[in-house]
Ligand binder design. Structure first.
Ligand code: HEC
Length: 88
């Protein structure tokens, strides 16, 4: 029983909304959290400034395509705009 609570706590701690995302209830934040935590922990938008995010997004697009995952342009644009609004 104790193990279950520990697991629950750990999964909450690793979760996007435990991270205090800006615009936490928005579609853009939801997309960012869903798409950008598939391979590693979700980076906080304040981690980088916009020029670095723009570069990083190009690299991540390549990483995602290498996995054979297709992401809609509209989703990318939302995530990019979101990071631009909340970059360092
Ligand atoms: C398909 C797996 C995958 C997805 C999905 C993914 N990444 Fe990454 N990410 C990586 C890999 C692999 C690295 C390590 C550096 C490299 O290989 O380019 C990385 C590194 C990073 C880094 C730099 C490392 C750091 O901790 O500062 C950032 C920032 C980042 N990713 C942001 C994002 C964002 C934003 C998204 C969503 C658009 C995203 N990633 C989605 C695979 C992924």
């Amino acid at each position: 029983m104790r193990g279950i609570w520990l697991l629950l706590l750990l999964s909450l701690a690793g979760n996007a909304w435990a991270m205090d995302l800006p615009e936490a209830d928005s579609e853009a934040a939801r997309l960012f959290a869903a798409r950008c935590s598939a391979c590693h922990a979700l980076p906080h938008p304040k981690r980088l400034d916009w020029p670095h995010w723009r570069h990083m997004l190009r690299v991540m697009k390549r990483r995602i395509e290498e996995r054979g995952v297709d992401m809609e342009g509209a989703e990318w644009r939302q995530i990019a705009a979101y990071l631009r609004r909340h970059a360092r």
